[in-house]
Each structure stands twice: as structure tokens, then as C-alpha cells.
Design a protein around this ligand. Structure first.
Ligand code: PMP
Length: 350
């Protein structure tokens, strides 16, 4: 990869864009009187616009992930980053992306929003990547390859050697979505960023960190790619309340870790207990905080659980996930309720 080749992947209008800039972010000194942004001067704690690059949050994340803060971009959830990556690299009406269903739905939605082609290469029945088929699926309009590891909804980690081979052979940008990486002992690809100039890794505070309501996602990539993501972001996409909540959570990684440990124990318990039920056909091995479970009749189980006030995710519409429900590990009490409800259904069937 040369810099010119990476630049050549960026939509020309975005490469040449003059991004929005505020007076305050251009001023490097110390100011006591802020009359530049038409804010209210009365101190409510939130009367000022946030610092546009959320530098303090990036610095906190940089320490945890052991990268330079200039290699981090923050989004309003990683959902926003999915859309931004699509917009930076894909020309509407011309380019395409490729992803591996069953997988996270936003890759396809973002392509649809941006009038970008979506190529789907179905994962194999054990949810591993069909490498040769995938390599045959792309051409010179295919700008982004979406890899999700651990994958939602199947719960498996992709083989690191396969991921590495794909990053090296894909002629565009590879996004490795590591939303569930904090649930696994295996290492993230973040420490290996220098090896892969065409790689973007995304992570989120929504899962292991317990902050889905705060909406904070992160992308890790080369400084050039980060600059492109910054160029198209809305000026203040990370708000002050999000920033404060994120800083609090990131200061206590041990709280996150103890919750992760508990959720993994609970996922294992669910696996054991659900595995004994007559209506459960197969439970796919998972390394995450959820399980993909194949039932003999998933629609019936799904509706029954709704009647019991228990909502799970129906994945039957996805390829290779017929009759599958995705079940998130909840608190021990919630998981017990689920198991008891399904046991009662099993007894009613007998
Ligand atoms: N990627 C994957 C694989 C996910 O499962 C999710 C959440 N369902 C996201 C990204 C989006 O997360 P966020 O809350 O950061 O937008």
C-alpha cells in the first residue's frame, strides 16, 4: 500500500472537502471570554458546545488500547461509523461493499441509505468464512469489506489467520467490527494496525462496557483514514453528557471486567440449561454475551416468549439461521425466568 493508493480509495469530493471548523478549535491559546459560538453564557454544565474531537475520551481509550489518540475516531455509536465509512469510500450509484451474512444488519442498511451496492457472501454452515468464494465476489468497484469478529448473530470469533489473509488480499478498505471483543481473551487487531494500512477496526461502549444508552463507538485506523472520518463528521457528534459518562466508565475497567465475567458464566449456564430442552435443536458455540439457538419451531417459541413478556431476537430471516433465535445473556434472575418459561412450554408439549 502506498499513500497514493489509499487516497485513491476515497471519494474525490470528500478528499477535496473543506471540513466545518469552529473558531474555538482553531484558537490554540487560553481564552476566558467565549463570544464566538452564539451559546448561552449561563453555566448549566452543558451550555457550551463540546470540544469537537473529544480529545479526553480518545486519550482515555488510547491508554486502554495502547494506540496513539490520533488513530482514534469517535462516533455516535459504531452505527454512525458504519455510515461514515460507507460515505467516505463509496461513490453513490457506482461503488459496492461486501459483507458476510448472517451478520450485523447496519452494513447493508448503510449501503442502502447511500445508494451503494451490497454484495452478500453467506458464511458457511458453521459460520466460518468461505474464503475463495469471498475473494471471487469483489471487483474494482468493491471499496469496503465488512468483517465482524466475534460475529453477530452467530457468536463465533473468525480465525485470525483468515482475517489477516483477507486484509492483505482485499484491494479496498477492510472494516473489522470488534463490538464484542471485550468478551474474548483473544487479542484485538488494534495492536497490529501498523501492519495493515487498509484496516479500520471498530469497537463500542454499548456491549461489555454497559453503555448502549450513551452512544459511543470508536474506529481505530491510520492517521490518514482518521482524518477522512473527521472531515465528514457532524461538528459535535459526541455530546458533553456522553463524554462525561464515557470518561467515568473508562476509568473503571475492573467494573467492566467483573460484569463480563458474570455474563460469560451466565451464557454458559444458558447453554447448559437450554441444551436440555426438547424444543431446542442446536446451540451454536458462542464466545460472546449471546447465544444463537436453533429451535424446532422458532416462530412458535418467539411468540410464546413474547406472551410471557420476554423479548429475544428472531434471526430466521438471515441465511443459514433458519429457526434461530438470538438470546442475550441477562441478569441471573432474567435468565432463570427465560429457562423456566421454556421448561413450562416443554412440559405443556409433552
Ligand atoms: N456492530 C455489531 C456487530 C453490533 O452487534 C452492534 C450492536 N448491535 C453494533 C455494531 C452497533 O453498536 P453501537 O451501539 O456502538 O452503535
Amino acid at each position: 500500500w502506498t499513500e497514493a493508493k489509499i487516497k485513491g480509495l476515497v471519494r474525490p469530493n470528500i478528499l477535496n472537502l473543506t471540513p466545518y471548523s469552529s473558531a474555538r478549535s482553531e484558537f490554540k491559546g487560553r481564552a476566558d471570554v467565549l463570544l464566538d459560538a452564539n451559546e448561552s453564557p449561563f453555566d448549566t454544565g452543558v451550555n457550551r458546545y463540546p470540544e469537537p474531537l473529544s480529545t479526553d475520551v480518545r486519550e482515555a481509550l488510547a491508554k486502554i488500547r495502547n494506540v496513539h489518540p490520533d488513530r482514534i475516531f469517535l462516533g455516535n455509536g459504531s452505527d454512525e461509523i458504519v455510515d461514515q465509512v460507507t460515505r467516505v469510500f463509496c461513490i453513490p450509484g457506482k461503488d459496492s461493499v461486501v459483507a458476510l451474512p448472517p451478520t450485523f444488519g447496519m452494513y447493508k442498511v448503510a449501503a442502502g441509505i447511500n445508494d451503494v451496492g451490497f454484495r452478500a457472501v453467506t458464511l458457511q454452515s458453521d459460520f466460518t468464512i468461505p474464503v475463495e468464494e469471498l475473494k471471487a465476489s469483489w471487483d474494482d468497484t468493491t471499496k469496503v469489506l465488512w468483517l465482524c469478529s466475534p460475529n453477530n448473530p452467530s457468536g463465533n470469533l473468525m480465525d485470525a489467520a483468515v482475517v489477516e489473509d483477507l486484509i492483505r488480499s482485499f484491494p479496498g478498505i477492510v472494516v473489522l467490527d470488534e463490538a464484542y471483543i471485550d468478551f474474548v481473551p483473544e487479542e484485538s487487531f488494534v495492536p497490529r494496525l501498523d501492519e495493515f494500512p487498509n484496516l479500520i477496526i471498530t469497537q463500542t461502549l454499548s456491549k461489555a462496557w454497559g453503555m448502549a444508552g450513551v452512544r459511543l463507538g470508536a474506529a481505530y485506523a491510520s492517521e490518514f483514514i482518521i482524518t477522512m472520518l473527521r472531515a465528514i463528521k457532524m461538528p459535535y457528534n459526541i455530546n458533553v453528557l456522553t463524554k462525561d459518562a464515557a470518561l467515568d466508565a473508562l476509568a473503571q475497567p475492573e467494573v467492566m471486567q467483573s460484569r463480563v465475567d458474570l455474563l460469560i458464566r451466565e451464557r454458559r449456564r444458558l447453554e447448559r440449561e437450554l441444551g436440555q430442552l426438547p424444543m431446542v435443536d442446536y446451540i451454536f458455540p458462542s464466545v460472546t454475551n449471546f447465544l444463537l439457538v436453533r429451535f424446532t419451531d422458532s416462530d412458535r417459541v418467539y411468540r410464546y416468549l413474547l406472551d410471557q413478556g420476554i423479548v429475544v431476537r428472531n434471526q430466521s430471516y438471515q441465511p443459514n439461521a433458519k429457526n434461530c433465535l438470538r438470546i442475550t445473556a441477562g441478569t441471573p434472575e432474567e435468565n432463570t425466568k427465560l429457562i423456566e418459561a421454556l421448561r413450562a412450554l416443554g412440559e405443556a408439549q409433552d
